[in-house]
Design a protein around this ligand. Structure first.
Ligand SMILES: Cc1ncc(COP(=O)(O)O)c(C=O)c1O
Length: 349
């Protein structure tokens, strides 16, 4: 597929900003109007915070390349995966002309990012079992659809979308297929990252905010065709990834076993919470989850939500879609948090 044909003309013609640190990261650095004397907190962190970070994200991309077994040229980091979502829309969608298709129900940020960029969205429902509905996509698809967003495992429904269906979609559409894998670590299924080498229109978006436990530092990345990555690198803010992120993510990847241990514990708890919830009178349905949360349907969901909040237990209402009437979403917490949640909801039901 010719990705070039999907890109906005102003982005194709863009002469990107060449930052001082694009050329030199060391030497007698008198080129970027930094403070050569140091930073006011330098001794505490030893990160040379007086110097700008590497705009090319070289060390991080190398580390991630080894971790994923995907070339560095196919990886770009963003300030949370939310930044990647926004950049994709800005690269491919001409405001008020192009469209983005969103497979619903799903994560709300795709639509918000389109609204901010003045890009029209077409909501297409997944099937009732939350899989791709090819018939519906065909019905609403047009040449103006530059990106199709889908999320697997999906938020808020929790389950995976068939990998072979996603690949079929990529093969059958002349659009970018943006696959959000924020929750992939909690699933037993393979990621699509290796597919970007065979399908140049698949962009896999991932984050350190979930399994890695690093929501506070704001770091996401995407794996995509080399040309798409070069566009992302041109359009992102030159120094989007700061030195704290470099330091922490570098450290985090070296401690993969800690992440794996978190995942094991969360999956164990997910099974326990699922089994207890499903047996409760007043709970109509608990959806299968490949994520770190459970979606369930119960009588009087609004009252349950509010009464739990009064007890200091905060979960999320997710009933905004016709498939999700009376649905609530609960994140799997620690053993103690889950016990308190289950005890409280039992009392309320
Ligand atoms: C599906 C999905 N994608 C992306 C994000 C946001 O990720 P980040 O924290 O990397 O911006 C979330 C956050 O809840 C999410 O549910």
């Amino acid at each position: 597929m010719k990705i070039k044909n999907l890109v906005r003309e102003n982005i194709l013609n863009l002469k990107p900003y060449t930052s001082a640190r694009s050329s030199y990261l060391s030497g007698i650095l008198l080129d970027a109007n930094e403070n050569g004397f140091g930073s006011v907190v330098e001794d505490e962190y030893s990160l040379e915070l007086n110097r700008y970070p590497d705009p090319a994200q070289k060390s991080l991309r190398k580390k991630m390349s080894e971790y994923l077994n995907v070339p560095e040229a196919n990886i770009c980091f963003g300030v949370g995966s939310d930044e990647i979502i926004d950049l994709l829309i800005r690269i491919f969608c001409e405001p008020r002309i192009d469209k983005v298709m969103i497979l619903q129900p799903t994560y709300g940020m795709y639509k918000v990012a389109c609204d901010i960029n003045n890009v029209k969205t077409i909501n297409v429902d997944l099937t009732e079992s939350f899989q791709i509905d090819f018939g519906k996509i065909k019905e609403f698809y047009s040449d103006e659809v530059k990106i199709i967003f889908l999320c697997s495992p999906n938020n808020p429904t929790g389950g995976l979308i068939s990998k072979s269906d996603i690949i079929n979609l990529a093969d059958s559409c002349d659009s970018i297929i943006a696959v959000d894998e924020a929750y992939i670590d909690f699933s037993e299924n393979d990621t699509l990252t290796s597919e970007v080498l065979n399908h140049n229109n698949i962009v896999v978006i991932r984050t350190f905010s979930k399994a890695w436990g690093l929501a506070g530092i704001r770091c996401g990345y995407c794996v995509a065709d080399e040309f798409i990555i070069s566009l992302l690198m041109n359009v992102k803010a030159p120094y989007n990834i700061n030195k704290f992120i470099f330091h922490i993510i570098n450290e985090a990847i070296s401690r993969k076993s800690v992440k794996d241990d978190f995942v094991t514990r969360i999956l164990h708890e997910r099974e326990r919470v699922f089994n207890e919830l499903i047996d409760l009178k007043g709970i109509d349905e608990v959806y299968h989850s490949d994520s770190n949360f459970l979606l369930f349907r119960c009588d009087n969901s609004k009252n349950i939500l509010n009464s739990l909040a009064e007890k200091g237990i905060i979960i999320r209402e997710r009933s905004g879609h016709k498939y999700l009437n009376n649905c609530l979403r609960v994140t799997i917490g620690t053993v103690e948090e889950n016990m308190l949640f289950l005890k409280s909801i039992k009392e309320l039901l």
